[in-house]
Design a protein around this ligand. Structure first.
Ligand SMILES: [Fe+2]
Ligand SMILES: [Fe+2]
Length: 308
């Protein structure tokens, strides 16, 4: 079971960690260093088309371009997500005692996310790209969610975004075949997000302990829908268009890619087992997990089609 300390104790530890190890991307990243010719922007095994017959036909340049587009999409989604999270954090602190360490850490996380959004924006610029815009539904969802999400739902929504990116980013920061600039950005993000994840996980446990059944049901719905939504936006068809590929063919290849499903399921596993332990995967919301190709019990990935 997840061990949870007293709220103020956890917050004090996270504040101490933030003082010891935080970064200012404006200073700590060499934005003027040129990109390295021939290096990938994301590990090939994390790309949605990897290990498909279409992948085999792509030239090295096309594969690298796809990795560039997938990275730009991922950080564009990251900015969208962190902007919503910051609105939620600010609204939460408005209601609480400003002398509490718990509130101080919420404000510290908010400041971290401000730097992350700037860092991601600069990365998109440094890669010579335009950000991916969220569609009508997602854009407006981002306007509504900060007004309606409360309690444990805030934290499970935060965890869905933070932990899924975390698995991709850890693979990126350790891979020496990749662009040094992207690796630098990802390692800063992983270090600071580890604190956010702990904060969100522990407060999820604390809040669920004193929540009525309907709050738990709402959290299940938020987390299941969030998992599906994130899977969908990370495989956005516009990436293939910008990479100069046949969008229909690429979407079909990605949709039936058993390797990509396995990779995503593995990336979800740490979060999935935590959520299952907290009773947040179950009932009708299991259908969201199936649609996201993550088995709700974590036993195996449900394959809907052949990979080749
Ligand atoms: Fe962040
Ligand atoms: Fe975060």
């Amino acid at each position: 079971m997840t061990k949870v300390a007293d709220r103020e104790t956890t917050a004090q530890r996270l504040l101490t960690g933030s003082v010891r190890r935080s970064y200012d991307p404006d200073i700590d990243i060499d934005w003027d260093a040129p990109l390295v010719e021939g290096k990938y922007f994301a590990p090939p095994a994390t790309l949605t088309l990897y290990a498909t017959p279409l992948w085999d036909r792509l030239t090295e340049e096309q594969r690298i371009e796809l990795s560039r587009q997938q990275t730009v999409n991922a950080v564009s989604v990251g900015i969208w997500f962190e902007n919503i999270l910051n609105q939620l954090l600010l609204r939460m602190t408005y209601e609480q005692d400003p002398t509490k360490r718990h509130v101080h850490y919420a404000l510290t996380e908010l400041a971290d996310e401000c730097r992350h959004m700037t860092m991601f924006g600069r990365l998109i610029e440094a890669l010579g790209e335009r950000p991916y815009k969220q569609g009508f539904v997602l854009h407006n969802l981002g306007r509504v969610l900060p007004l309606v999400l409360r309690g444990p739902s805030v934290w499970v929504a935060a965890l869905i975004g933070e932990e899924i990116f975390d698995s991709i980013q850890r693979a990126t920061m350790h891979d020496e075949r990749l662009q040094p600039l992207v690796r630098q950005v990802m390692s800063i993000h992983v270090i600071e997000e580890a604190r956010h994840i702990r904060y969100a996980r522990e407060d999820t446990v604390r809040r669920l302990e004193r929540s009525p059944w309907w709050v738990r049901e709402l959290s299940r719905l938020v987390v299941g829908a969030g998992a599906l939504l994130l899977q969908t936006v990370l495989a956005r068809p516009e990436m293939y268009k910008r990479a100069g590929l046949d969008v229909r063919e690429a979407r079909k290849a990605a949709r039936t890619n058993a390797h990509a499903r396995q990779f995503r399921a593995e990336g979800f596993e740490r979060l999935r087992s935590f959520l299952a332990e907290q009773g947040l995967i179950g009932g009708p919301t299991r259908v969201f997990w199936h649609l996201a190709h993550v088995h709700p019990d974590g036993t195996e990935v449900r394959l809907l089609g052949p990979s080749t």
